[in-house]
Design a binder for this molecule. Structure first.
Ligand code: UD1
Length: 364
């Protein structure tokens, strides 16, 4: 069986880390096509080296742009690749623009689409990722879900249950496989922080970064934090922070650092007293690492992390974030991990693939 695996952005790389060796052991010829949505060394290369991911067989050089430009360029390049290669399936992961581009290009060529991390829903159509999830899932021949609630979402949208496989959360497997490798890693210490004595912050979503008022509210909450804050900054957020009142000056309690690789970020999450984020993947990693999380969003497609008690939502409002952070810092860490957030997710994916991918009706 020949499968092309599309990746483009940071969270995608983390998901294919455990996947590629499992597919190879199952005898599946899987090769990576990297769209180039993320291209900086700190946003891309470091994940391939940290996670020992095989080098992409194709690098498509799509780069940044508006959503239509980025998605359209990736579609054009992937259409060309798929037409030449004609794989048995195209596997896409997550919910970024490269995921959607892969699904659209493949479905129109009659190449079956396999979606890993299918069925998550925030029910917020102002999120570009929600649009990507909905469309990708409708075009997918096989839907591999991370939580049981995702199966229910898909069935409610009319997806045939025979196409849905509850494989569990691949992000969880990545955490479990890599934790032993960072047992001795003290990234907090390298930044002058004590383990358990700081808050880790990441904010990069346009809904938070592109509205000065919201970013100022988040900045104000971080400045009011009772512990020092370490903030690895996404390139899109960096130029906006000074205007919001965080400049990373040495005397500030908020330290700004460049984006970090996967293993450093895992160590920092493990050792933080709490995490403040708007990332999807970090909500899941924090849950696995038993570090309480505050998610600065109105909603989340990772509702399971709230249900188990690992995470809570806060609006982009200084008071709401301060209160949620106080609750996170005061709370316990003894929640139950969600079902199938374990070290066997990639093997379940391989088994599902070998069971056969049903073509979509009309594309037989
Ligand atoms: C994308 C995903 C988002 C994910 C995030 C993880 C979509 C719609 N969004 O958002 O779901 O949480 O990745 O990081 O796909 N840039 C660089 N260097 C890079 C990449 C980006 O400087 O290597 C800058 C550019 O100014 C670019 C901006 O970041 O325009 C945004 O990048 P883009 O890939 O469009 O979206 P993200 O915000 O990274």
């Amino acid at each position: 069986m020949r499968v092309i695996v599309v990746v483009g952005a940071r969270p995608n790389f983390i998901k294919v880390g455990p996947l590629m060796p499992a597919l190879a052991s199952a005898g599946i010829d899987a090769r990576i096509a990297h769209t180039g949505q993320h291209y900086d060394a700190a946003m891309s290369d470091v994940f391939f080296s940290d996670l020992e991911i095989p080098a992409p067989a194709w690098f498509l050089g799509v780069g940044s742009g508006t959503h239509a430009v980025q998605t359209g360029t990736a579609m054009m390049k992937l259409e060309e690749l798929l037409s030449a290669e004609r794989p048995d399936a195209l596997l896409v992961v997550g919910d970024v623009n490269s995921t959607l581009a892969g699904a659209l290009a493949a479905a129109k060529l009659g190449v079956p689409v396999v979606h890993l991390e299918a069925g998550l829903r925030s029910r917020d159509m102002s999120m570009p990722e929600e649009v990507n999830r909905l469309v990708t899932d409708q075009l997918s021949s096989m839907l591999l879900t991370p939580v049981r609630e995702a199966d229910e979402n898909l069935i409610a949208e009319g997806v045939d249950a025979a196409r849905i496989h509850f494989v569990g959360n691949i992000m969880a497997q990545s955490v479990l496989e890599n934790l032993p490798r960072i047992a001795q890693r003290d990234v907090a210490g390298a930044h002058g922080l004590a383990r358990g004595g700081y808050v880790l912050a990441t904010i990069h979503r346009p809904e938070n970064t592109d509205q000065p008022e919201r970013l100022a509210q988040i900045a104000s909450a971080l400045r009011a934090c009772p512990l020092p804050v370490l903030f690895p900054v996404h390139p899109r957020t960096r130029p906006l922070l000074a205007g919001a009142g965080i400049d990373g000056a040495a005397d500030s309690c908020v330290s700004l650092v460049d984006p970090l690789g996967y293993l450093d970020m895992l160590a920092l999450q493990r050792d933080a007293a709490a995490i403040v984020t708007d990332s999807g993947g970090i909500q899941e990693e924090a849950c696995m690492l038993r570090t309480p999380c505050v998610t600065v969003r109105r909603n989340t497609e990772r509702a399971i992390t709230i249900a188990v008690g690992a995470n809570r939502l806060a609006a982009a409002d200084a008071r709401a974030i301060v209160d949620a952070l106080a609750e996170a810092l005061a709370g316990g860490r003894e929640w139950e991990l969600p079902e199938r957030w374990d070290a066997h997710v990639a093997t379940r994916v391989a088994t599902a693939l070998l069971g056969g991918v049903l073509p979509l009706v009309g594309y037989v």
